[in-house]
Design a protein around this ligand. Sequence first.
Ligand SMILES: Cc1cc2nc3c(=O)[nH]c(=O)nc-3n(C[C@H](O)[C@H](O)[C@H](O)COP(=O)(O)OP(=O)(O)OC[C@H]3O[C@@H](n4cnc5c(N)ncnc54)[C@H](O)[C@@H]3O)c2cc1C
Length: 596
Amino acid sequence: MPSYQAPIDHVRFLLNDVFHIERHANLAGFADATPDLVDAVLSEAGKLCEGVLQPLNQSGDREGCVRHADGSVTTPKGFKAAMKTYAEGGWLGLSVDPEFGGQGLPYVISAAVGEFANSANLAFAMYPGLTQGALAALLTHGSPEQKATYAAKMTAGEWLGTMNLTEPHCGTDLGLLKTKAVPNADGTYAITGQKIFISAGEHDLGENIIHLVLARIEGAPAGVKGISLFIVPKFMVDAAGKLGARNGVSCGSIEHKMGIHANSTCVMNYDGATGFLIGEANRGLNAMFVMMNEARLGVTTQGLAVSEVAYQNAANYARDRLQGRALTGAKQPDKAADPIIVHPDVRRTLLTIRAFNEAARAFVLWSALNSDIAHRSADADMRRTADDLLGLMTPILKGVLTDLGFENTVRAQQMLGGHGYIEEWGMEQFVRDARIAMIYEGANGIQALDLVGRKLPRDGGRAVQAFFGEVSGFVSQTESDPAMAPFSGLLRLALGDLQKATLWLMQNGLANPDNAAAGSYDYMHLFGLVALGYMWGLMAQATLKLKADGDTSDAIATRLIVGQFFMERILPETRLRLARLSTGATTVMALPAEAF
Ligand SMILES: Cc1cc2nc3c(=O)[nH]c(=O)nc-3n(C[C@H](O)[C@H](O)[C@H](O)COP(=O)(O)OP(=O)(O)OC[C@H]3O[C@@H](n4cnc5c(N)ncnc54)[C@H](O)[C@@H]3O)c2cc1C
């Protein structure tokens, strides 16, 4: 049976020593986030995730969700009680505005808690996670009446949310969407159509389900410019907030799938269901992007979260499992063999995962902090820069962290040899659960295209220039310090590769867009490597400062070694990525379709 321990100390180090959240006390909610309060929140979240959610992970996977003849869906044993505990603990509303029942704490704290929940039980964490995304869209684009009707109940976790985009013939290309919305005389709409693959579409975890649905109003323009967003509640809600009649939406079936078995993935049928327009007609994608961006950060966290729990179990196993002897002589001569942790290749594998996990956690929290600044700062310039960086990084976070998160679950599984393939140990579940994060919320190939096609050129490259300026400023400021040299020197080389790749794309992508698209995946990963390398630079700097201030704990030496491993063994991949993308599209596009 796998185990999990929330990485509270590392989060505390990142919040206090690397990102200094106390320096943002002028942002709403940050003054309340004193170190004591943050410690208490993290430790309670750790207890909940370790003690309540994690024990249901394997049983939930085995049991799965069941759809009954009447269309209702039952989640695995224990999920209902866990959801009640999660909701009553106020975990959904950690960073929601107190006006809507939340605690108004920084989003960066909520992001840290999100990682714990996803490590403990990814399939469970999706239910509250999607609700938080739906709530974000509602609070940004909903009318005051809509907010008053739904927000507090969703914050309290009594009503849960979903996101309905995908249709049988339309996934990536939402312009093909057919679900239609016909205006009713009372200002509502009758929604008719079929959505597929809807996570948490039907279940027994809340009193009501608030579906956010993309549909096309009759007569609207074709393509993405004719899509609107609607609230479609499972049960109608009266003026007093009481639940009324069942709406015309039902679960037609649930998917049998590779992983996340405990999350119900539903075909949802809308048969003239009553829908309420959110925001402006035909601007639905714009409104849904709030939810999608929130969800993308959530999915990003899933990549890290499963990589972390898989690492913990692989490292525990490697310390215990006795096989072979160390090449340099027996390390435990009294035992029949040495533990496999003595073998360099086992260490290389574990360090590869760990070096990613720590940098990825820093990257997620750095981005979440930028989200806080973008939404809460009174300074327009700070808001703009933070928003630029977040927009630029969203496809990189989603694409790179979920790709590497999945690869790491396979690496961790490998550490258990044949036992990694056997269900009992739980490692194969991590592999299966992590795989979906590369696909949903925009498949990772689409993230790469979004980066190269939209995010890079936006506002004349303002965001990318801001990031290059920040990293090169950091390198210049730190490289004269000999203790930082192993970090800053290698980061400068990697940044140089990224700048060359960016220039190559600018010079060759405009002339032939296939050049940009054929290099986009390598570019996204190259960018991700530099961002993760920068995070290691920041963490090394903060660690050296703690050391200089007299901290002699083991964590200091350990962190510097793990960081050095990243810089020496992982970051140089930027050269390979640059070499690949600079070959352009000629070979990629040379074969006719029949030759594949
Ligand atoms: C378990 C699960 C849960 C899900 N949850 C939800 C949910 O809650 N709500 C929801 O609305 N949807 C959900 N989805 C749907 C998911 O978001 C889509 O499956 C995903 O966006 C891809 O769409 P598709 O499957 O139609 O693939 P397609 O769009 O057909 O793409 C197939 C492949 O072609 C590539 N491709 C497509 N177009 C291009 C292009 N222009 N350039 C380069 N490559 C391209 C894609 O990257 C992909 O690899 C879920 C799916 C699953 C499996």
